[in-house]
Design a protein around this ligand. Structure first.
Ligand SMILES: [Fe+2]
Length: 229
């Protein structure tokens, strides 16, 4: 797995710190790698795979929802007048919209959804045909989107957004997560991260968050053993 320090420079002065953004993107990539590995091993029906998938989709929906609601409109305002920039932001929204049905397609093909009908499931709870292909397509499309965002949207944001804009985005993310969400988000991000990335991410968190993560959040998250089969 690539590391989320790969293209990020340490923030200086007024530069927006994208550490959390890169870290979240790499956690999405990591989870889809884990899903693909589980599917290839015939373990798609393991309850901890379903639990890992449900957490992944929750994190991704929240990430995209706050980008769509808070981030892109602020970038659009700041970049007003630039047709190319507005086209890029429209592409970001379109890519988010394209990912949603791919998530639904994987979800429908994975066994074990609690209380939810799973179409065309085979006898014994085995995944429907085409699960591996659906996972591959989701990985490819999400991967292209994340790379596009990192290569084009983040540099645009860095050049036009203020620290207040960025704080509005991270603040809305925290507000929607609440303490319960943060208690999962933080240990989920550092799950399996290389030590250097783990340190960089945790260093970007306020000291009380680091303490809570060490004492409570991470031990509780580890007990859930998401994706372990
Ligand atoms: Fe993002």
């Amino acid at each position: 797995m690539e590391t989320f320090s790969r293209t990020e420079q340490p923030p200086t002065g007024d530069t927006i710190d994208f550490t959390v953004m890169y870290a979240a993107h790499d956690a999405f990539r990591r989870d889809l790698d884990r899903l693909a590995t589980a599917v290839a091993a015939g373990k798609a029906d393991a309850p901890l795979v379903r639990a890992g998938w449900e957490n992944f989709t929750r994190q991704l929906h929240l990430h995209h929802a706050v980008e769509d609601a808070v981030l892109w409109p602020r970038v659009a305002r700041a970049a007003a007048g630039s047709r190319a920039d507005l086209d890029l932001l429209r592409a970001m929204e379109d890519e988010h919209a394209r990912i949603d049905p791919l998530l639904a397609a994987v979800d429908a093909a994975l066994p074990g959804g609690a209380g939810k009908p799973v179409p065309a499931r085979r006898a014994g709870g085995a995944p429907v045909d085409g699960l591996a292909e659906r996972v591959d397509e989701l990985r490819a499309v999400l991967g292209e989107h994340l790379t596009h965002e990192e290569g084009s949207a983040l540099p645009l944001m860095r050049s036009v957004l203020t620290q207040d804009d960025w704080r509005a985005f991270t603040g809305e993310m925290r507000r929607r997560q609440g303490v319960k969400g943060a208690a999962v988000f933080v240990p989920w991000i550092v799950d399996g991260a290389a030590p250097v990335d783990r340190s960089r991410f945790l260093a970007s968190m306020p000291p009380p968050v680091r303490a809570l993560n060490r004492l409570t959040w991470e031990p509780r998250y580890r007990k859930r053993r998401l994706w372990n089969v």
